[in-house]
Write a protein that binds this ligand. Structure first.
Ligand SMILES: *[C@@H]1O[C@H](CO)[C@@H](O)[C@H](O)[C@H]1NC(C)=O
Ligand SMILES: *[C@@H]1O[C@H](CO)[C@@H](O)[C@H](O)[C@H]1NC(C)=O
Ligand SMILES: *[C@@H]1O[C@H](CO)[C@@H](O)[C@H](O)[C@H]1NC(C)=O
Ligand SMILES: *[C@@H]1O[C@H](CO)[C@@H](O)[C@H](O)[C@H]1NC(C)=O
Ligand SMILES: *[C@@H]1O[C@H](CO)[C@@H](O)[C@H](O)[C@H]1NC(C)=O
Length: 505
């Protein structure tokens, strides 16, 4: 009886508890207006799917950061805003900044003992953030990690058995970061990389007239190109290579590294520097692309339409692919929140950075573009695709190879860490039907092995040998003749009488 009463009181207290709601104040440092719209859309979707426990309500307070890209703001303005959000607004969960240079500072503050708040990144791609000795409360859903991209490129190079490749990059930050990661990953795998770096502002004429592009041909046939994140940044180089006949040369393989696909237009759509559509189209025909899975045009378009339908938000700068990972960031945090609440029934745990990080790492969940894999560092493992540009002018590229994030069944990340997340590399039938040219042409990079001078040298040697043989033959013959003359039975020539029949007696 008494125990029933206690049970009743306990039950009542539970009811009372669950009818009170805790407001989770999320401090959000953003750069693009679209980030705020995506965050709102994701949050509403997840509420509909009951991912947010009833005990919570969410309030998002957004402030602008990314001072580096906004001359109106003082240096590291986003850091100042994050501090303000923590102290003045009592925000206990942080999203952003999308800019690495601010996140590397905010992430350190978030991890300090007195803050200890979760920070969810979605665009900050600095590999330093993977260091969990410092960034112990930071989880990330972005897909622009240079480290993972470099690994994907290594898998491709190894699969095709290439031992020497070229990397054509530019002088801008995104390209430099990618080039450094790729070169270091390939070099340590025993692949030689010839590097060509041109200013991003180069015209195709200046590239075509440069010594660098001649040297490129003298050093490699497999060429990776990344002048900037978008595919169309490669136009000055591809147009120059086309003007020199490289793109039609079957010895060449061009692989364009694409880390973002936000532009609606394709490289050949724009009337680039007086070049016609068909000329540019030709320049790209038969080229390959290595890109992040789920960042293709069709998926980005689907996302854009959903955003428009749910928020009536028309993204004026069309950077939808850029802001897609925010959706997955919201899902990651709410998934962790739902699980932590189910486990602890402790309403204030949501703000505990160290605890929430444990719930945000080593998880696999459904994001906007499919399964999201978060590894032992709280970093998303992006998947990649190696595709061929089709001959027809459409966007349906032919997938040749998939480099997919996976998690090994029954693998314990506590013991094995990130070894539980090997890439699953699969090739399609279309891949098998390609006859890959060797990384080193049969005639050599400079055609030195099939050169005319070689023929001359070879021809000369053969002729000398023939003459030599003839001379020796003649000398031997002469000597034999001489010996005949010395024979005791030698018949004098004048004693030989010719018969009318022509027989000699
Ligand atoms: C949230 O957690 C509860 C358990 O507390 C679970 O029943 C529910 O399925 C979870 N929601 C989602 C969308 O996963
Ligand atoms: C920066 O300041 C200028 C002049 O005050 C203003 O026109 C512009 O809109 C501002 N830009 C941003 C991104 O706030
Ligand atoms: C790439 O496309 C963007 C957006 O359409 C445009 O602003 C830019 O100039 C293009 N770049 C090149 C090199 O054509
Ligand atoms: C709930 O979580 C908070 C924050 O981590 C912690 O300080 C508190 O002790 C927890 N309460 C209980 C009852 O475990
Ligand atoms: C690897 O990918 C292939 C093709 O998508 C799939 O059939 C296979 O199950 C995957 N393997 C693992 C371990 O995920």
């Amino acid at each position: 009886m008494l125990s029933n009463l206690f049970a009743g009181i306990f039950f009542l207290s539970q009811v009372v508890l669950t009818t009170q709601t805790t407001v989770i104040k999320i401090g959000h440092i953003y750069y693009f207006e679209a980030e705020r719209a995506v965050m709102q859309m994701a949050y509403e979707d997840m509420k509909e799917q009951n991912l947010l426990p009833d005990v919570y309500e969410i309030q998002v307070i957004s402030r602008m950061g990314c001072a580096l890209y906004n001359t109106n703001l003082s240096i590291l303005h986003g850091v100042k805003e994050a501090t303000d959000l923590y102290f003045k607004e009592n925000a206990r969960v942080l999203f952003g900044s999308p800019c690495s240079e601010e996140t590397v500072v905010i992430g350190q503050m978030a991890a300090t003992v007195n803050w200890n708040v979760p920070l969810i990144g979605y665009l900050a791609s600095d590999d330093a953030l993977s260091n969990k000795a410092i960034y112990s409360t930071v989880a990330r859903t972005g897909v622009v990690s240079q480290n993972f991209f470099a690994q994907a490129i290594k898998f491709l190079v190894q699969k095709n058995g290439w031992k020497k490749v070229a990397y054509v990059g530019s002088d801008i930050f995104a390209s430099t970061l990618n080039r450094q990661s790729v070169v270091s990953e390939l070099t340590s795998a025993g692949v030689a990389v010839y590097q060509m770096v041109i200013p991003l502002s180069s015209t195709w004429q200046s590239v075509a007239n440069s010594k660098a592009i001649v040297d490129l041909k003298a050093n490699a046939r497999v060429v990776f190109v990344m002048l900037n994140s978008e595919m169309n940044a490669s136009v000055p180089f591809m147009a120059a290579a086309h003007s020199l006949g490289y793109t039609e040369d079957p010895e060449f393989v061009f692989v364009i590294i694409v880390s973002q696909s936000t532009f609606t237009s394709r490289p050949w759509d724009s009337n680039y520097d007086g070049m016609s559509y068909s000329y540019l189209r030709e320049a790209y025909e038969g080229a390959y692309i290595i890109r992040v899975t789920g960042q293709d045009f069709a998926t980005v378009t689907k996302f854009r339409q959903k955003l428009l339908a749910s928020q009536q938000y028309t993204n004026p700068i069309g950077n939808d692919a850029y802001v897609m990972p925010i959706y997955d960031a919201v899902v990651l945090y709410l998934t962790a929140l739902n699980r932590s609440w189910a486990d602890s029934r402790n309403e204030s745990l949501y703000a505990n950075g160290a605890v929430m990080f444990e719930y945000m790492k080593n998880v696999v969940y459904q994001g906007f573009t499919g399964k999201v894999f978060i590894n032992n560092n709280g970093d998303r493992i992006p998947s990649y695709e190696f595709v061929l540009l089709p001959k027809q002018v459409n966007r349906a590229y032919t997938v040749l190879m998939s480099i997919d994030a996976t998690r090994l069944n029954g693998c314990d990340p506590i013991a094995k860490g990130n070894l539980c997340y090997p890439y699953n590399i699969t090739v399609t039938d279309d891949y098998h039907s390609v006859i890959w040219p060797p990384d080193h042409p049969i005639c050599g990079y400079r055609h030195e092995l099939c050169d005319n001078t070689l023929y001359f040298i070879l021809g000369g040697t053969l002729m000398a040998a023939a003459i030599g043989i003839a001379v020796i033959f003649y000398a031997v013959k002469k000597r034999k003749q001489r010996l005949i003359y010395l024979m005791p039975w030698q018949v004098p020539l004048d004693s030989i009488k010719m018969l009318s029949s022509g027989t000699v007696v």
